[in-house]
Write a protein that binds this ligand. Sequence first.
Ligand code: FMN
Length: 175
Amino acid sequence: MRDFFQTVQARQSVRAYQSKPVTAEQLEAILSAANRAPSAGNLQAYGIVIVRDAATIRQLARACFNQDFIAAAPVVLVFCADPARSAAKYGPLGESLYSVQDATVATAYAELAAAALGLSACWVGAFVDKNIAALLRLRAGLRPIALLPIGWPAEQPPRMPRRALDDLAREHLPD
Ligand SMILES: Cc1cc2nc3c(=O)[nH]c(=O)nc-3n(C[C@H](O)[C@H](O)[C@H](O)COP(=O)(O)O)c2cc1C
């Protein structure tokens, strides 16, 4: 297994997958990593739908503006914010922001966990919310935030460039 910094460097969005399955142990490791993500007030105001049925995955791909590569993934995790769960403690901020952040950071943990296991994934944020909700029969109020198709890589895409650190971050100096 890769260590943390190797994992961060190795992770990249992969949009082609082998037919080889993701094992139950791998899936559990990925879900357990997501479960360790921080969340506002430790409320974990999100849910994850695990989709392994190939026909449903094809429909998910369609609901993501026909991003056909998703259909080849043996498993897709769908991270959904649970605004009401966070709103119960934090009001409007929990509803509109913290629940989305909770779901987002859990997605990031899951994506890194997949990379640590040598698997590949691609964060998918372009989809029609209501189509995903209908397809997965999401409980009213749950809001899909990200899809994560996961599988064994069938491509090695070029590494995407990043902004220079001094463009991204600046040190605040006191007056
Ligand atoms: C919020 C968000 C939404 C994204 N949506 C999509 C998407 O719908 N389809 C896709 O192929 N990639 C999507 N990506 C992946 C990005 O394109 C990718 O992370 C970025 O180009 C950097 O490449 P890398 O992940 O290989 O470093 C998304 C990533 C994020 C964080």
